[in-house]
Design a protein around this ligand. Structure first.
Ligand code: ZN
Ligand code: ZN
Length: 186
């Protein structure tokens, strides 16, 4: 990050948030909306552009064209604004997780709560032996696979990156075909 933004800077934080929550904003619009001096707006925009967080098309500023900068920008907002933020994903009251989230701890949001079971169409459930032991898998928007594993009272959550998930799935298929060859019932 540009040294101009090394320290917390509430104005810069708002500038970044506005660029990410708008559909193309000009420097003049930001100056007017936020009532921040033009020089401060210009310096912050330049710094965010240098950091690859925002994109400029010679008139308007947009979020970076790079998909994965969203979380980075959200964290950067938390750092610059000093707002209460989630230790895992960096969301804040002003810049919540997609779909919304709540606080479950001083610095943990509901999206990142490992004890919460989320049931939606991207989720599947595997119950092992009895209701007390099960594995829930959930495909996250970033293509990571989240496993919530419950054994009796204890629950743990594991997040697999796409390549880790493929490796696990490949192993499971190998076990499955080996068991099939052995004539065991799956
Ligand atoms: Zn979070
Ligand atoms: Zn959140």
């Amino acid at each position: 990050m540009n040294s101009a933004l090394a320290a917390p800077n509430a104005d810069a934080a708002e500038i970044l948030r506005h660029v990410y929550h708008g559909s193309g904003v000009t420097r003049a619009e930001l100056t007017r909306t936020l009532e921040v001096r033009a020089g401060i707006v210009a310096a912050a925009l330049d710094a965010f552009k240098d950091a690859g967080l925002i994109h400029f098309d010679d008139l308007r500023y947009y979020p970076s064209l790079n998909d994965d900068t969203d979380v980075t920008a959200r964290r950067e907002y938390a750092r610059l604004s000093g707002a209460r933020s989630c230790r895992t994903c960096g969301c804040t009251d002003q810049w919540a997780c997609e779909g919304g989230c709540d606080w479950v701890d001083e610095d943990l949001c509901s999206t990142c709560d490992p004890t919460v079971m989320r049931l939606n169409q991207r989720t599947s459930f595997v119950v092992v032996e009895n209701d007390a032991t099960y594995v829930e898998t959930e495909l996250a928007d970033d293509e990571c696979v989240r496993l919530n594993i419950r054994r009796g009272e204890s629950v743990c959550a594991v997040i697999l990156t796409p390549s880790e998930a493929i490796a696990v799935a490949t192993k499971l298929l190998m076990y499955a075909s080996a068991a099939e060859n052995d004539g065991e019932l799956l």
